[in-house]
Design a protein around this ligand. Structure first.
Ligand SMILES: Cc1ncc(COP(=O)(O)O)c(C=O)c1O
Length: 386
């Protein structure tokens, strides 16, 4: 373990003794754009950077439209509403995820159904989802898919690309088409990751990204919905801006809206960060290679990107042999100035979700006992000296 501490210290260009799990990095036009936003007095939700940031995200991912929100959780909430998710519905997702995925589903009033993850991707398993649907779902005369046990409509499915590693998207597209379920990708962690060369977030009816401070690029707090559907994009923008009907002076609002629009200050930061994303991914993939080589002759297994994918390696993960070994590693690294963390607790173990439907979650439990996230900032020593 001492060798690991030494190795981690040798790769990061951190000014302090403490090596964090993930630090943001501002090496481009951040200050210039922020000053411009302040100097022009456009600091709130109106201003040219919000639109520019949306265009940059759409162009980068290849989606036709992008709608900026104040964080990834609100982006997911709106995406679910745009998919027509109702309080009486069920939404399929994975139990091994960050709580925001399940929270956003709950904001709509719908009940999450927690299905197991895949051993190769750490994200939702299409095989397990198909088993669940085969055993529990029927398509009724209205054309929608219903859960035979609860009689609830299964209106959406939200796979999450864990730590930047894409799920088996082709299978989800097929399954969701077959059962008439809307596919929404929680790509909060995976901007820039591709599956068969196509960006994550662009396979579903909608995809969402997060630009929280711990993500590969950040706007402080921010999110984005991407879609190819013009009607959805227009409605998403409308509903995230208090559903205000454009008028020079009148306050006309035509439905219940949300104050979810990203601010121009955050978007200014986002535009500069988007300019550096490709380079950050290059650095992160190099870092992942270094870890892979290091862990090859240890007791731990480095978690590599799934087949046919190019991952942004947002957070690097290793697998311990069991819970005891995981806990020993967590204790040793954290008391030696190197931040590491276990993966999230399974959603169905949290009090607010303990009565939700789930399958046996065999792989999720397996990962929960073993995964340790290790420092992953895009700050490799001497990267620019080469
Ligand atoms: C998987 C996942 N979904 C959703 C979110 C929510 O994003 P935000 O923190 O921007 O609300 C996050 C990250 O924070 C996440 O990791």
């Amino acid at each position: 373990m001492e060798r690991l501490i030494k190795f981690i210290r040798s790769i990061f260009d951190e000014p302090t003794e403490f090596i964090p799990l993930h630090d943001p990095r501002f090496i481009g036009n951040e200050r210039k754009y922020l000053n411009h936003a302040i100097d022009t007095n456009f600091v709130s939700s109106v201003g040219k950077y919000v639109g520019k940031f949306e265009t940059m995200c759409a162009e980068y991912t290849g989606a036709k439209y992008a709608v900026a929100t104040m964080n990834g959780t609100s982006a997911l909430h709106i995406a679910l509403l745009m998919a027509g998710v109702k309080p009486t519905d069920e939404v399929i997702t994975q139990s091994l995820t960050f709580v925001a995925t399940a929270n956003a589903i709950s904001y709509t009033g719908a009940s999450p159904v927690f299905i197991d993850v895949d051993k190769k991707t750490m994200g939702l398993s299409p095989t397990r989802m198909e088993e669940f649907l085969h055993a529990n779902a029927i398509i009724k005369d209205d054309g929608f898919c219903y859960d035979k046990i609860t009689n609830k409509r299964i209106s959406a499915c939200v796979p999450m690309h864990t730590f930047g590693h894409p799920v088996i998207l082709k299978k989800f597209v097929e399954l969701c088409n077959k059962y008439n379920i809307t596919l929404i990708e929680d790509a909060a962690e995976s901007i820039g990751s591709t599956y068969h060369g196509k960006q994550t977030g662009t396979f579903g009816k909608m995809g969402i990204f997060s630009f929280n401070g711990n993500k590969i690029i950040t706007t402080g707090g921010g999110g984005m919905i991407v879609t190819d559907d013009e009607t959805i994009a227009k409605r998403a923008k409308h509903i995230t801006t208090q559903a205000k009907v454009p008028h020079k002076w009148e306050f006309v609002h035509d439905e219940i809206g949300y104050n979810y629009r990203l601010t121009n200050i955050s978007a200014a930061l986002g535009c500069a960060q988007m300019e550096t994303l490709t380079e950050f991914i290059r650095i992160k993939r190099e870092l992942a290679e270094k870890y892979k080589t290091f862990f090859a002759d240890t007791d731990y297994t480095f978690f590599s990107e799934p087949e046919n994918c190019c991952s942004n390696y947002w957070l690097n993960a290793i697998l311990a042999k069991n819970r005891e070994q995981r806990d020993e590693l967590l204790a040793f690294t954290n008391s030696n100035g190197v931040m590491t963390r276990p993966i999230w607790k399974l959603m169905n173990q949290l009090p607010m979700f303990e009565n939700c439907r789930c399958d046996n979650l065999e792989n999720s439990k397996w990962f929960e006992e073993r995964v340790v996230n290790i420092p992953s900032s895009a700050i490799i020593k001497d990267y620019y000296k080469r």
